[in-house]
Design a protein around this ligand. Structure first.
Ligand code: NAP
Length: 270
């Protein structure tokens, strides 16, 4: 899994899964473009990424991918800076904790604008470069796309749309030599879950403890567990893998039901 000479763009690289993915690509020799909204965190990720040439640093782009301007800025800057793109990792995403009776349209728009519209837009803008490089795309979805759990509305809907986006674009781009795949994490230790528990340390810890009991393999994912699968799918070792969804979840999607369901129901905001 050598990425020497390849340019990799990771969105949502300022935290969690995206930051771990950026570090792993860097260790495999990739030249990196990183996107996030929090500049300080993004720069911290960039600093933790070893780059192939001495003194080289990843291109760190502060942008809101839920906006058209943000997507355009990222696409333009990446191509101006590197002149090519080999791998696009659409990882930036936001969750929500709501259900039909509690929800509002602001939540729907926030989730869909980031998790669906932003991915659609950025991929559209960068598709010509990926075709030119015969590159590939890895979309980060969630087991919430397929596991039906009350409390994951509208996040689960958005990720289900993303899964089908992978299948449709994989078929469209296969004749052009571009692969498109999805990685679907189960519960993963990151700020994503902390945010859903209102950054309450005690609640977060007890939530994680209960969550572990729902995972058949006995532990929740680390960001690194997910990053390793992303990097594999982006590599030439996966040369004939396209249109797939790989779940990294310790078997959670097979057995979710009561356990995970009650965890999410508890989180619905009042
Ligand atoms: N953690 C889990 O349990 C879990 C499970 C299944 C799937 N996932 C998926 O995995 C992906 C990464 O999640 P994570 O756990 O690493 O979450 P995280 O720690 O909250 O990180 C999310 C990343 O997305 C970025 N982001 C969010 N909205 C953005 C926007 N509008 N424009 C640009 N960047 C934006 C954030 O940047 P800033 O902070 O700089 O704004 C951050 O870098 C997401 O797509 C999520 O849905 C996570």
């Amino acid at each position: 899994m050598d990425f020497s000479g390849k340019v990799v763009l990771v969105t949502g690289a300022s935290a969690g899964i995206g930051a771990a993915t950026a570090r792993l690509f860097a260790a495999r020799g990739a030249r990196l473009a990183l996107v996030g909204r929090n500049e300080r965190n993004l720069r911290a990720t960039a600093a933790a990424c070893a780059q192939p040439a001495p003194g080289d640093t990843p291109l760190a782009l502060v942008a809101d991918l839920a906006t058209d301007d943000g997507c355009q800025l990222v696409a333009t800057q990446v191509l101006q800076h590197f002149g090519r793109l080999d791998v696009l990792v659409n990882n930036a995403g936001v969750g929500a904790r709501t259900n039909l009776e509690k929800t509002d349209m602001e939540t729907f728009d926030r989730v869909f604008n980031t998790d669906v519209r932003g991915v659609y837009n950025l991929t559209r803008l960068l598709a010509p470069a990926l075709i030119a490089a015969k590159g590939n795309i890895v979309n980060i979805s969630s087991i919430s796309a397929t596991v039906v759990v009350v409390g994951t509305l509208p996040y689960g809907m958005a990720k289900a749309a993303l899964d089908h986006f992978t299948r449709l674009t994989a078929l469209e781009l296969a004749p052009k030599g571009v692969r498109v795949n999805t990685v679907s994490p189960g519960i993963t230790v990151s700020d994503f879950v902390k945010r859903l528990t209102g950054y309450d340390d005690e609640e977060y810890k007890s939530w994680l403890k209960v969550a572990e009991t729902t995972v058949p393999m006995g532990r929740v994912c680390s960001a690194e567990d997910v990053a390793k699968t992303i990097v594999f799918l982006a590599s030439d070792d996966a040369a004939l893998i396209t249109g797939t969804t790989v779940q990294v979840d310790g078997g959670s999607a097979l057995s979710s039901g009561a356990g995970t369901s009650s965890l999410f129901t508890q989180q619905i905001k009042n």
